[in-house]
Ligand binder design. Structure first.
Ligand code: NAD
Ligand code: MG
Length: 392
């Protein structure tokens, strides 16, 4: 039986993964090794019982007693904390979902790759934060990374049987998020509740707000550079409000190969789960005649400065992705906490990038994970200082 683990099992990606695993035979078809979650230990325990997991891990040590209690009599081991997540990721498995949100997914992802497994990567932050190291780790251990972000899964599928050298460009589609049609003046007043509802996709709160600010697209552009090795000039962003075309690969003969489907992450997760095969998936089928027409427009970098920052980060390379992601995570925390406004998120990220590029600059490549984590911590601290000083 195939051994699988799911990190971030209780989140939006994790629940979709759980749903697919259950639909494809559950504990009878898979030998489930580890499931991880956060504070929602009741749900984590429920999933672990249903899939007969060996171990359930909560990210937070103070949640361990509650997890133990919820697992009583199940035979599922309970553990907690960042180190326990890493240990669980070292447990042999053939397929591991990296579905934790934020840079917290980095260390478990590295641990998983070190066992030469197949890593289904939803955690885009780890590629933005430490792309070259992550890809090198995969190569060094003969591990396979399969992209789960819908755009990257679309591009990956568009490349099957193709030579990467024949690619002229990739077009990453963007729904435009909750505020796609809002004027700049109104964006300044946008509330957390308004930013937390996505027109097409049902996702975790953090990525939903990142979609509204277009930071999600910035992360994805950098993710495409790091994962596929495209040059910044090859990567385009195209607003497509319907989220039906998930991305497009353009070849040197001018042909464009697009991936179409309903906006349901079980498409991309299911592809990664069954790769290189395709299995029947429980997703709705597209009715193109009912849709009638597909809409596309150019992105607006004035209203969404995050898109401009993507270019800067890609041109600089090195540690700028680490700083960018860390500052963005803090900016998002501060926005959710009501401490900064919607537009101040991009202003804060830009200020941290500027601050930290003084001196040596950010173009130096990280030599190891510790260097990345140090830089990540420094960027978070600087972001807090800059915001407290009211410099944005
Ligand atoms: P989510 O917030 O719904 O779930 C996050 C999961 O991570 C939960 O299980 C949570 O308990 C766990 N978690 C939170 N903080 C943690 C920490 N500090 N340490 C360990 N675990 C922690 O998030 P999501 O929307 O499922 O997104 C997960 C990842 O997938 C993100 O990187 C996101 O960008 C990416 N992604 C999500 C979608 C989507 O449709 N939701 C699409 C593409 C990519
Ligand atoms: Mg995406």
């Amino acid at each position: 039986m195939r051994k699988v683990s799911v990190f971030g099992a209780t989140g939006s990606i994790g629940e979709s993964t759980f749903d697919l695993l259950m639909g494809q035979g559950g504990a009878e078809a898979y030998d489930v090794v580890a499931l991880s979650g956060g504070r929602n230990v009741a749900r984590l325990a429920e999933q672990a019982r249903a899939l007969k997991a060996d171990i359930a891990v909560t990210a937070f040590e103070d949640s361990l007693p509650a997890l133990r209690e919820a697992l009583a009599g199940s035979g599922v081991e309970a553990a907690a904390g960042a180190q326990a997540l890493i240990e669980a990721a070292h447990r042999p498995a053939d397929w591991i979902m990296s579905g934790i949100v934020g840079a917290a997914g980095l260390a478990p992802g590295f641990a998983a790759l070190s066992q030469g497994t197949t890593l289904a990567l939803a955690n885009k932050e780890s590629l933005v934060t430490a792309g070259p190291l992550l890809m090198a780790e995969a190569r060094a251990h003969g591990a396979t990374i399969l992209p789960v972000d819908s755009e990257h899964s679309a591009i990956f599928q568009g490349l099957v049987g193709e030579e990467i050298g024949a690619v002229e460009r990739v077009i990453i589609t963007a729904s435009g998020g909750a505020f796609r049609d809002w004027p700049l003046e109104r964006l300044a007043q946008a509330t957390v509740a308004e930013a937390s509802s996505h027109p097409n996709w049902n996702m975790g709160q953090r990525i939903t707000i990142d979609s509204a600010s277009m930071f999600n697209k910035t992360l994805e552009v950098i993710e495409a550079k790091e994962f596929f090795g495209f040059t910044p000039g090859q990567i385009e962003v195209l607003v497509h409000p319907q989220s039906i075309v998930h991305s497009i690969v353009g070849f040197r003969d001018g042909a464009l190969m697009a991936h179409l489907g309903v906006p349901d992450m079980r498409h991309a997760i299911g592809y990664a789960l069954n790769w290189p095969d395709r299995q029947k998936l429980p997703v709705a089928r597209l009715d193109l005649a009912a849709i009638g027409s597909l809409e596309f427009r150019a992105p607006d970098t004035e209203r969404f400065p995050a898109l401009r920052l993507a270019r800067e980060v890609m041109e600089t390379g090195g540690l700028s992705g680490t700083v960018f992601n860390a500052a963005k995570e803090i900016a998002l925390d501060l926005f959710i906490a009501g401490r900064i406004g919607f537009l101040q998120m991009a202003a804060l990220v830009e200020a941290v990038l500027e601050d930290m590029s003084k001196g040596q600059g950010l173009g130096i490549a990280a030599v190891d994970l510790d260097m990345v984590l140090d830089c990540d911590a420094e960027a978070r601290a600087r972001a807090l200082v800059i915001s407290e000083q009211g410099r944005i």
